[in-house]
Write a protein that binds this ligand. Sequence first.
Ligand code: SF4
Length: 368
Amino acid sequence: MKGEAAGFDRSRLADMLRTREPEALEEIRLAAENATLTALGNRVYYRGLIEFSNVCSMNCLYCGIRRDNGKQRRYTASLEQILDAAEFCARAGYGSVVLQSGERTDPKFVDFVEEVVFAVKERTSSPRLPNGLGITLCVGEQPRHVLRRFRRAGAHRYLLRIETTNQRLFRSIHPGGQSLESRLECLEALREEGFAVGTGVMIGLPGQTPEMLADDLLFYRKHDFDMFGMGPFIPHPDTPMGSAQVAPPGERVRLALLMIGLTRLITVDTNIAATTALQALDPLGREAGLTWGANVIMPSLTPGEYRKDYLLYEGKPCTEEGREDCMNRLRAGVESTGRVVADDDWGDPVHYLKREEGKRRAWERPDG
Ligand code: SF4
């Protein structure tokens, strides 16, 4: 399977996603793991995940913090609480944070995010991290001028999940008013504004076929993304999809691991996260994700008092433990797979660094 990234077409990918025989699964896993170690080495990057607000103006049908979930207690962490979590992250050797919240586009929210990004940069710069923590934003679709403000404030990576590239499936999990097209436009704007761009899909949705997931994988390659965060669909009881029929947990984990492995094989030098949703269905799910091609883990640094209120799905792990316990357990988990945690390192995707280097060279060319 080595060196044949270009040879994956839709029907082959769909067939691979149907793989159930242990030997065939192990062959794909091994190929993905080898591709990771060859392209990126054995380092695993941590991003301290700070879910700073669960207020959301959107109403995605699967999401526990959707606007119309009246049972959900709402919070927005203060600037000082966020900075405390970021400083903890910098002290613990994590080179980066992910600042995540529900989606809002009102001026108060945008001003706050900008202020937070500035302050995190300022507060975490040190001889160990001369440019402060690397900052990834995950705050939903935003207009271009807002993305530009966030980039200028110091954020340089952005996650915006597409959830599915299939029109019909997208419409079945989102209310009217949300569209695939506007998400694609935002992803395009993010790249043009110079962000490392991440996306991802939900795996195991009702009505989703291996062919649809194969299309998602081809979309990843076609649009040249830098980072991926994917996880199995886990129904949340207080949502319209709370009683949706889903495959058993083991089946969704199998499919999620295959998606990680195939994403690695077709995109090669990108960053892929082993997500908490994987761990929610399988206690060793995140470690398994690493052995299938993931190279990023996002331990939660959300202030303890808020952790239980950021449940996009049911059964999310690490909501009871203190942050030190959670992080120590994760480090042991990473080391159990033979990998090492890269301390004090932004861990930017090699794919992104190459693209930025290419742009720099083009600008420097006298005839460019
Ligand atoms: S998935 Fe994101 S945008 Fe949709 S309701 Fe949840 S937090 Fe809001």
